[in-house]
Design a protein. Structure first.
Ligand SMILES: [Fe+2]
Length: 160
């Protein structure tokens, strides 16, 4: 086990904080409360969280989904609504902050399952109407199913 080391807080607090957690997805998730606590304790500091590529993959893929859908909306002559202020009111999944790691992961899993249902319904609705958008929805659906599997596997290895 690593020994804890006392750090002296410089006058004015820390300006830059780096958290390095390159191990498994579970360890990365376990480190999140520390990262949030550091962000709250030092709101003026630049906080960098280095994680294993595998864990960052989910976040990157979600951004890619948003980019691909926005691109398709433009191709169809529409204008994607990218306003972050109204994002939560337009979301299919409700944001619920869990009070424990297991609760947070369960909420994540619920959100992934809602996304899966939504993409499946959209793809079914597009059948015979727009094969290109239907294919896009099915590709995103497949990735969301992988996300749910990843979180499910993580939860299976944890205790309440
Ligand atoms: Fe996802």
């Amino acid at each position: 086990m690593a020994r804890a080391r006392v750090l002296h807080v410089p006058l004015g607090g820390f300006q830059k904080i780096a958290v390095l957690r390159l191990s498994s997805l579970g360890d990365v998730v376990l480190t999140l409360p520390v990262v949030h606590a550091l962000a709250r304790a030092y709101p003026g500091a630049k906080l960098t969280y280095w994680v294993k590529e595998e864990f960052a993959e989910h976040a990157t893929q979600e951004q890619e989904h948003a980019d691909r859908i926005a691109e398709r909306i433009v191709q169809l002559g529409g204008e994607p609504d990218l306003n972050p202020d109204t994002l939560t009111s337009r979301s299919h999944a409700e944001y619920v902050e869990g009070s424990s790691l297991v609760e947070m992961l369960r909420e994540d899993l619920i959100a992934e399952r809602i996304a899966i249902d939504s993409y499946r319904e959209i793809a079914e609705w597009l059948h015979g109407k727009d094969p290109t958008t239907k294919r896009l929805m099915e590709e995103i659906l497949a990735v969301e199913e992988e996300h749910a599997d990843d979180i499910n596997s993580l939860l299976a290895g944890m205790k309440d």
